[in-house]
Design a protein. Structure first.
Length: 139
């Protein structure tokens, strides 16, 4: 469904790993608000301590096409600033899924501290080591 061409309102609009690729992401998310009764957003959390220390933003932009990067709080702020009401949210562990699809020693080693720390606090682990996205249900 292309937002500019279709004015139908759906019950649930899925916006999965999309708006970090859109130049005017605030305008895009604002338009999404009126397209569905409920919206499900899946947002990669590319800003974390590890990404800042390793300076991975250029590589993420070049290799994956992420024009914008988010933390959990900046992703939620984006949705609220565009008029969304947050119904629920939780973290998804993309790093473990990536390891299962493309196993490597490097990914296995990175997942060890992530797995251990996540037993205590997933939000802290996401802020420190990354590897997570945020799944948000909004009205």
């Amino acid at each position: 469904m292309f937002l500019a061409e279709n004015s139908d309102v759906v019950d649930v609009l899925l916006v999965v790993d999309v708006f970090e690729h859109v130049p005017d992401y605030m305008g895009f998310v604002s338009k999404c608000r009126s397209m569905g009764t409920f919206k499900v957003y899946h947002i990669p959390l590319d800003i974390h301590v590890s990404s800042v220390l390793r300076n991975t933003f250029d590589r993420t932009r070049q290799d994956i096409g992420h024009l914008h990067s988010f933390t959990a709080s900046s992703a939620i702020a984006t949705l609220r600033d565009t008029g969304h009401e947050i119904v629920d949210q939780f973290y998804t562990d993309g790093a473990s899924g990536l390891f299962r699809q493309h196993p490597s020693i490097k990914r296995a080693m990175a997942n060890i501290p992530r797995r251990l720390l996540s037993k205590f606090s997933v939000p802290f682990t996401a802020r420190l080591l990354g590897g997570y996205s945020l799944l948000v249900l909004a009205k």
